[in-house]
Ligand binder design. Structure first.
Ligand code: KIV
Length: 293
């Protein structure tokens, strides 16, 4: 095979004129609120390293979550309980560098791991500062009731907070397994109370994991200032999140039934993530038939 003869003047031929970088608007809390008001669904995906984060950003994902699911996905742990703040900061910094290297625009969320916010609001603030210094724009913490004062304490000090209710993986041992939450009148009423308290405390986002679709949809209507992001909760939330490796069909354990393998029909990882983004935006994912609870 012969290579093309370089044009005179440069070793690689005539260089094309530098094309301007496409203008993309950075994702911010006001931008997410605008999207919601316009009825556009918010997309979120986990990522744990620079390259995957850059690809997710380029594929149009608005929010990248450095989830403590990295304990299971990257570290081979059997739950998220063993993940440390130091590990979270390491992955957070990698993701942040990856996104910045491609001049990305994604909103970056970091999970506060088990034990890093449970003692006191002051401990939560110290942990949140470390995650934000590693690149997070927002921190996520699990649970309701006792967490509301902590959320208020963080928000008052300039830390945006995403709450997480329903199946909260850090308390898997207390919950007795990875099972649907908020079923039955009493459980649903408690979840609703916790969600409203978290909004009142200033949480700007709320991940709802494995709760009945009807409950998630009605909470979404009630929470005007807190964007609900569903996983295993059906169509009715303001946005959707999946664990990256799950939606690429790579799972060391049992694939949750609400996950779709977007890699199946895609020619590349970026293509699979773009397909996820489009499917969420068009309302083709999630499939409510797979959310019978
Ligand atoms: O850690 C994580 O990946 C999460 C998502 C499942 C929402 O919390």
């Amino acid at each position: 095979m012969t290579s093309p003869t370089p044009a005179p003047g440069t070793p690689y031929g005539t260089l094309p004129a530098a094309s301007p970088l496409p203008q993309r608007r950075p994702i911010s809390l006001p931008r997410l609120a605008q999207m919601r008001e316009a009825g556009e669904r918010i997309t979120m995906l986990t990522a744990y390293d620079a390259t995957f984060a850059a690809v997710a950003d380029a594929a149009g994902v608005e929010c990248i979550l450095v989830g403590d699911s990295l304990g299971m996905v990257c570290q081979g742990l059997s739950s998220t309980v063993g993940v440390t703040l130091e590990t979270m900061c390491y992955h957070m910094a990698s993701v942040s560098r990856g996104v910045r290297r491609v001049q990305g625009t994604a909103w970056l969320i970091g999970d506060l791991p088990f034990g890093s916010y449970h003692e006191s609001p002051e401990q939560a603030l110290r942990s949140a500062c470390q995650l934000m210094q590693a690149g997070a724009h927002m921190v996520k913490l699990e649970g309701g009731g006792w967490t509301a004062p902590t959320v208020r304490f963080l928000v008052e000090r300039g830390v945006p907070v995403c709450a997480h209710l329903g199946l909260t993986p850090q308390t898997v041992h207390a919950l007795g397994g990875y099972r649907v939450q908020g079923k039955g009148e009493e459980a649903a009423a408690q979840l609703r109370r916790h969600a409203l308290e978290l909004q009142d405390a200033g949480a700007a986002m709320l991940v709802l994991e494995m709760v009945p679709a009807q409950l998630a949809a009605s909470l979404t209507t009630e929470l005007a200032h807190c964007h609900t992001i569903g996983i295993g909760t059906g169509q009715g939330t303001a946005g959707q999140v999946l664990v990256l490796h799950d939606m690429l069909g790579m799972n060391l354990g049992k694939m949750p039934r609400f996950v779709h393998n977007f890699m199946q029909d895609a020619g590349s990882i970026k293509g699979a993530i773009e397909a996820y983004v489009h499917a969420v935006k068009d309302g083709r994912f999630p499939d409510d038939k797979l959310h019978a609870w």
